[in-house]
Write a protein that binds this ligand. Structure first.
Ligand SMILES: [Zn+2]
Length: 100
């Protein structure tokens, strides 16, 4: 699947040129929990934050919203119910933005 990533990035770039830059790990780490579709808590208490798609201001980033949709099925969820919750969260954004 790793070889597919560049083409997915290109699709995101083509669709949303204004907000397409990749976010660095440091930038993602600095985002609040609310920037992610789902936050899971591992048995050891560690937070697992999945599918970032809001920027520091809380605004939805279109390129990352698309990327989150594409990565939904690739995430290793602690709880399978989290996948459905994340899907609903992302769909709600798409509905409000008129993307579906
Ligand atoms: Zn969101």
């Amino acid at each position: 699947m790793r070889t597919l990533a560049p083409s997915l990035v290109l699709l995101a770039l083509a669709a949303a040129p204004a907000a397409a830059e990749e976010w660095s790990r440091a930038r993602i780490d600095a985002l609040p929990d609310a920037a992610f579709a789902v936050v899971e808590i591992a048995p050891d208490g560690k937070k697992l934050r999945h599918l970032p798609h809001h920027d520091e201001s809380g605004a939805v980033d279109l390129a990352h919203l698309r990327a989150a949709r594409q990565r939904l099925s690739q995430v290793k969820w602690l709880d399978p119910a989290s996948a459905a919750a994340a899907g609903r969260h992302l769909e709600e954004h798409e509905r409000r933005l008129g993307l579906r």
